[in-house]
Design a protein. Structure first.
Length: 202
């Protein structure tokens, strides 16, 4: 980043990181030594506090990280020059798309090799039997077209790259169409309406 680093980014970054930790750390029911222990039900007030901070307030962290990524992406371009957009898009391909394809491809090859040698217990059940899958099913399970990628953590990179691609397309559309698209995407996000819901309606 430039010398004019925004202080508000540094101020917000820490609580957002804490928010992500709270999301992944929320596990009120645990199995320890064969026994089930639950932090829920002991106090309604405590249940509400845990849920609010870990599953409501903390859920703002990831969308805000996306917002920051868009902010820095737009800050580096000249809105009136397509070449400026194109250069930034190519940079995002190098920093997002190529690592996404490489690491998910490596994990797919690892799981395929494990299944080939009969070591099925080390392969997640969500992957399924790879040798019985069609080409599209292999692409889907590896890169997450309608599900999470084979390397779950990379969903963030996948979605971030899609957002960058959509941002690039918006320079060619009229402002009215842009607002319609923005409101539609906001509706999908708020309602959780995703590709799986569309398929289930058929």
């Amino acid at each position: 980043m430039s010398k004019e680093r925004e202080s508000w980014i540094d101020i917000l970054r820490f609580p957002l990181i804490v928010g992500v930790i709270l999301i992944h750390g929320y596990d009120p029911v645990r199995a320890i030594d064969g026994n089930i222990y639950s932090l829920q039900g002991i106090s309604a007030f405590a249940d509400g506090i845990m849920f609010f901070f870990s599953q409501v307030l903390a859920r703002l962290s990831v969308p805000l990280f996306f917002l920051f990524a868009g902010y820095f992406f737009l800050k580096k371009i000249n809105y009136l020059e397509f070449s400026s957009w194109k250069n930034q898009f190519y940079k995002r391909c190098n920093s997002l798309l190529i690592p996404f394809i490489f690491w998910n491809g490596c994990l797919f090859l690892l799981f395929f090799s494990l299944q080939y040698f009969g070591i099925y217990q080390l392969v997640p059940k969500s992957v399924g039997l790879i040798k019985d899958k069609s080409f599209f099913e292999i692409i889907n399970v590896t890169f997450g077209v309608t599900q999470y990628p084979i390397s779950y953590q990379f969903w963030f990179i996948r979605d971030l790259f899609l957002c960058v691609t959509i941002a690039l397309v918006t320079i060619f559309i009229q402002i009215k169409i842009y607002w319609v698209m923005l409101i539609t995407l906001l509706f999908f996000w708020l309602t959780g309406f995703i590709l799986r819901d569309i398929r289930s309606m058929k």
